[in-house]
Design a protein around this ligand. Sequence first.
Ligand SMILES: [Zn+2]
Length: 54
Amino acid sequence: MLYFNSCPKCSKGTIEYSEDSQGKSITCLMCGFSKNSFSNSPRSSSRRNKSKIS
Ligand SMILES: [Zn+2]
């Protein structure tokens, strides 16, 4: 899948999005920026956002 003008680095590049059994990865075809989510699972996010109003 391709996303035009959505590179977080150069902001004009075409992002190629790929997904497989390992995870998801994006690569910018213009500047070469790449990022994947193979090893960081955002499941250990413990929310401590309790705001007590008393
Ligand atoms: Zn880019």
